[in-house]
Each structure stands twice: as C-alpha cells, then as structure tokens.
Design a protein around this ligand. Structure first.
Ligand code: IVH
Length: 662
C-alpha cells in the first residue's frame, strides 16, 4: 500500500505535467499512447486501493455523478457584460470617454481576443479546484462543477502561493472538436449544433459529466479575483500570474499605449481570425490599471473601463449556380451548393453545405436563387436563407445513382440522408480511410486527403487494412513522396497498432459506434472476438447500447467483407483485447444501480465509487436494465419510473447490506 501510494503520487505528478504541456501549452512531449498508458496504470492502482484516490487526481476528471438538475448559485460579484463598439468611430468615442473621465492621457489598454464561448467562474480552495458556475444572468448562475472538472485545460490544482481565489474566463469549443461533434451527430441522426458557442454551452450544461468530457471543451481565463476583487494592480499582471499558476491564458493579447495601437490589433486579428483554432467575434479592450478601472466605475450593466469591439457578422449574399452531391464514409449523399464566388470576411467562398434534401426543402431553395450565406465555425459555410428567388429557377433532385460509383441510392424510412449502398464505392472507401487515420481515432499523422486519393485511385489500398500492408518502397512510387516522409508515414502506421481496443472499434466506422460507445463495448466484452460474436440481446447489456445500436453492430460483424477486414486487422497486430480498469468481480457484479435523492451517510460520489468497487455499475436513468434504485430523502421522478417498471427500490442501509452479504 505504501509503495502504491508513492507510485500513485508520482504518476499524478507526471500526468499533471503532461496535461499542462498538452492542453494548456499545446506542446505535448509524449505520445497519446504513452499518456494513456500512464493514466491506465494510475486507474488500475486506484481501483485496487480506492483509499488512494484524491479529488484532484487526474483520474477524477470524469466520474462525477450525473445530476437531476442544476443548483443556482449567486456570484461573488456580478459577472457583467460589455458595451459594444461596432466600428472605429465608436471605439474612438469610448477612448474619449475614458480620457475625459480620467482627466489625462496617462493610461494604457490591454487588447484581448473576444472568444466566442460561454463565460464561467471557477473557484479554488486550498489551491484546489472546488466549484464552477456559469454566468447565467450575471448575478446568479448554475453550478456545473462536475462538468467543468472534465475540461483538461482547467487545472484541478494550481502552482504558486495564491490558495483561495476565483478565476473567470471563457469556455470554448475549438473548430476541430466542433466539426467532429457535428459529424458524429449527423452519423447518429441527431440535429447539428449551429455554431461552436452553442455547442460549448450545450456541452457544459448537460446533466452527465461524461458527455461534457467527450466534447473536449477548452477554458481560457481572463480574470483573477480574491474576495470578489481583482487580485493585482494591473490586468496585465493578473494575466501573467494566471499563466504561471497553470491556467490557460490566451497568448494573443497586447498592452497598447493608445487607441491607435488598439485599432491596429483589432484589424490585424480581423484579417487573421480564420487562422485561429477557435472562433472569435471581436476584441475586448480593457484599461490596464485596476486603480483607474475603479475610478471609471460601472454603468448599470457594464464597466466603463472596458468595451467589446465587435467584428461584423460574416454573412454575404450570392447566387446558387448548381448543386453537387458528395459521398461520405457511410455512403451518405450530401448536397453542396456551388456559389458565385463571394468574399466573406477576407475569404472567398464558393461552396456551402446543404446537409440533406429536407434542409433544401426547409429553405425553399432552388438552383438560381440568391441566398444569404454565413461562416460560423464550420469550415464549409452554410446557407442561412433564400434572399431572392432566381429569375431562372430549377428544382434540385437527389440522384438515384451514386455520382461516384453509379451504385444504388436508397433513403430509408425515418432517415434524413440518402445513401449509396455499394460498400465498394471509392468515395466511401476514401472517407473510411480518412476516418480511420484521423486524430482521436487511430491518430496516423500524414494520412490525409492527398495521400488517400492516390492510394485508392491507384488501387494500392482497397480497405483500411491495406494501410498496414504498405511499405516505404510502395509509397515511393507516389507523386511528390520523398524517402523521409514515406518513412515517417510508415512509422506512424506502425505506431498506430498500439492503440487500445476502443480506438480500433471506433476506427471501424460502425454506424452509431463513436468514441464513447466503443469504450462501453470494450468494457462490457473485453475483446473484439466477444463483440463480434455477441447476439443482439447480449450486445444490449453494454451501457448505452439500445436496440438500434445493437442491430447496427450485429449487422456489421455478419457482413463477410467486414469479417475479412477484421481478420486482416488482427493479422496486422492491432489490439483486440482490452484490459478493463474497472474491477471485474465483487458482490455486485453484473448489477446496475441508479441513485436518487439525498443519502444519509454517503455522498453520491462515494456511493457510486462503493458500488463500482464492489463490481456494480451506476447509470443515470432508470430503465428496464436497472436492477436497483437506491433512494434517499426527497427522491425525484426516478422513483415513480422505478415503480412503473417494477425495479426494486432499496435504501442506503440495504445497499450496504447487499455489498456485505453478497
Ligand atoms: S471580459 C466585465 N474578456 O464576452 C468584463 N470577456 O460581451 C466582462 N468574452 O460575458 C468580460 N472573451 O463571455 C472578457 N477576453 C475576454 C473575453 C470576454 C470573450 C465574452 C464573455 C463576456 C462577453 C461580454
């Protein structure tokens, strides 16, 4: 136990360091696989000795309890909004007011990017993350502690001497995470998020922390308060301190001597906003000196010492010249509008996605119409509405043959997408390979559009398994391929064999099986073989696997082409076994619990850990799969649901008995 404690502490230190390098500084020093290995080792130690778990352990980011609702919390001091300046003149007016109120020119500004997300306060006690609250209406917000804990760039423990304080900042979703999320939602037939801000807000305000964790949010701080007041004499100093404490501070901020310098900063970033990995909607300008901020004071709703310089909306009007159809990984056909090229905030746009037939109908769009297009997070802009009907209009018809391979196109009952059903379709193959190799899946750097196009078009790869049969010599036959890059690509492909089973499962591209479901499947079955041979009923034993998902997995493994693919991947040496970090045996093995109400002795977290350590599972909602509902005082609607479904209801004491007796 003593050794284990020492090892756990060392692992935590290492993990914290690597999380900081990766999530805050964006400069990882070890591979994802090595990071995962450290994390698995710590998880294994902690599940063997639960007494070793500390609340600020990197393993505790996910695992918080699902909630039944959010608690409202009053902010230590109001989280105000800002007045807007919509053009240069209004920004100069702001500067004039500051100048007149201070009665001198002896002040400077800090100009910062205005990130388009959701503001949130995070409280620290004894140097440890204690509580997070959304902005809400500015006076009262919602407590989202467990969800915020899953944000990797929010340190659970800070460096430095400040122990009790509050930080404020912006929760954002970067463009790649946003696009991935929407692609996953398309895949699962769910509605898309309109922009990264909505996606960030939706992800922070979910009842289940595991969902927040899977959304990869980021948190940038821009305020440091002790006892509800600024902690340092200048804002720029606070930003420096925040950085040193281990927080992520947007590096693109600048101390400006006068308003001309601020304006230069604004226009420089307006030209480069597309190069940033996240969305911004302007620049926030703040008077640097806190003493001067205090002299300037506040209006009823905003400080007089700061202003938001807003960039114009990124919309434009243009004509739809034609509608093309693209084929995705699952064979889904996506209509894309070809536009008369138009400039939107510095970028020439000539295409916009139309998602599917229903969307075209909703817009009432025909070829030849003028439309309003908007860039909002997605790489491909979207059509917001029809602006004017074209004088020559032509209705769009979804083709009944695949535009790439000529295969049959089918639109199933209740589905928005039409699909090419030819599994040999080269467009589908290319997309499958790109998905397989992408970041967060098998992470094979260097396998991008250009390479995949060549590999498929030259017949060098006819399934994802073909990647593992490539060699440096074969790659050297391709255009513009040097020895060095060929070597790197082959090495990256080789390294990808170390990815654990959940990644491999996700990489197969089974419909409805994303990152999260893949983990549940691996946890429940322990190997690819067990999943492949499981029956429909059996598959539904895995967490969050309902009839629709089970059907899709079952069908996938019954398809001879897929069986062959799996065999080839096994032969290539990919990871088909999974070492679960959750304890297997225990008195509650195979039982699923749901918790409701307030328990007399145990916190929800403790009860959950206890059940899991005894081999049971805790899920958030009562269903037919629930074995017991543990009900405390003031139970919610879950109790009614349990009674309705005939699920056994037990008290806290009865739960403890079950663990002892079992
Ligand atoms: S300062 C009293 N700084 O913009 C000062 N806000 O329009 C209030 N925002 O509610 C905020 N980036 O959600 C500040 N660097 C930044 C910001 C920022 C984004 C958001 C924040 C705020 C809104 C005000």
């Amino acid at each position: 136990m003593k050794d284990a404690q020492g090892e756990a502490e060392k692992l935590r230190e290492q993990l914290r360091h690597h999380e900081y390098l990766y999530y805050v500084l964006d400069k990882p020093e070890i591979s994802d696989a090595d990071y995962d290995a450290l994390m698995h080792r710590l998880q294994a130690l902690e599940s063997q000795y639960p007494a070793l778990i500390t609340p600020d352990s990197p393993t505790q980011r996910v695992g918080g309890k699902p909630r039944e609702g959010f608690v409202k919390v009053r902010h230590s001091s109001p989280m105000l909004s800002l007045d807007n300046a919509l053009n240069e003149g209004e920004l100069r007016d702001f500067d004039r007011r500051v100048h007149d109120l201070l009665g001198s020119s002896d002040y400077c500004y800090v100009a910062e990017l205005k990130m388009d997300g959701l503001s949130m306060a995070a409280h620290y006690l004894e140097g440890q993350f204690a509580r997070a609250v959304t902005r809400g209406d500015g006076s009262v917000g919602e407590e989202v502690t467990e969800n915020a804990r899953t944000i990797r760039s929010l340190p659970l423990r800070v460096k430095g001497r400040l122990r009790e304080f509050e930080v404020r900042g912006e929760t954002v979703m970067n463009r790649t995470a946003f696009e991935r999320l929407n692609a996953e939602r398309d895949e699962r037939g769910l509605s898309r998020f309109a922009n990264p801000r909505n996606a960030a807000a939706g992800s922070l305000r979910v009842l289940e922390p595991q969902i927040t964790a899977s959304r990869r949010l980021d948190y940038y701080t821009y305020f440091l308060l002790t006892e509800g007041r600024p902690a340092f004499d200048t804002h720029s100093q606070a930003l420096r301190e925040l950085s040193q404490m281990g927080f992520k501070v947007n590096p693109h901020h600048k101390i400006c001597r006068d308003i001309a310098e601020v304006l230069r900063f604004c226009s420089e970033w307006e030209a480069h906003r597309e190069d940033l990995p996240y969305e911004i909607d302007g620049v926030v300008v703040k008077v640097d000196s806190v003493a001067q901020q205090q002299r300037l004071g506040y209006t009823a709703k905003a400080p007089r010492w700061a202003i938001a310089y807003k960039y114009p909306a990124r919309q434009a009007v243009t004509t739809v010249e034609s509608i093309e159809v693209q084929v995705g990984r699952t064979g889904a056909l996506t209509p894309v509008a070809r536009l008369r090229p138009v400039e939107v905030s510095g970028v020439t746009v000539s295409r916009a996605t139309l998602h599917n037939e229903d969307e075209i109908e909703r817009l009432g769009l025909q070829i030849g119409d003028d439309v309003v297009i908007e860039r909002s997070g997605d790489v491909i802009p979207k059509v917001v509405r029809v602006h004017a009907l074209g004088s020559y209009r032509k209705e769009f018809q979804m083709p009944d043959k695949c535009p790439v391979c000529g295969g049959h196109v089918v639109r199933e009952e209740g589905e928005a997408a039409s699909r090419c059903i030819n599994t040999n379709c080269s467009a589908r193959l290319k997309e499958s390979i790109l998905h397989f190799a992408s970041r967060g899946v098998m992470n094979i750097d260097g396998v991008g559009d250009a390479l995949v196009d060549q590999l498929v078009d030259r017949g060098m790869v006819s399934s994802v398994a073909g990647l593992y049969e490539l060699t440096v010599e074969k790659l050297l036959n391709l255009e513009r391929m040097g020895k060095k890059s060929a070597g790197n690509i082959i090495r990256n492909i080789e390294n990808s064999k170390k990815n654990p089973l959940p990644r491999v499962l996700n990489a197969l591209g089974i419909r409805f099986v994303g990152e999260r479901t893949a983990v549940f499947l691996a946890e429940a079955f322990g190997s690819m073989e067990a999943i492949a041979s499981a029956g429909l009923e059996e598959l539904q034993q895995a967490e969050e696997v309902g009839p629709k998902v089970a059907q899709s997995i079952f069908q996938f493994f019954r398809e001879p082409r897929n069986q062959e693919l799996v065999d080839r991947l096994r032969a290539a040496g990919l990871q088909f076994q999974y070492q679960s970090t959750r304890p297997k045996g225990g008195p509650l093995k195979g039982l699923t619990f749901v918790l409701t109400g307030t328990l007399a002795h145990l916190s929800r977290d403790d009860a959950k850990k206890l059940i899991e350590t005894a081999g049971g599972k805790v899920s958030s909602a009562v269903s037919k799969k629930t074995n017991y509902l543990v009900a405390g005082a003031d139970p919610g609607s879950k109790l009614d649901k349990a009674r309705e479904l005939g699920v056994q209801v037990v008290s806290e004491d009865e739960l403890l008995d079950l663990i002892k007796v079992g």
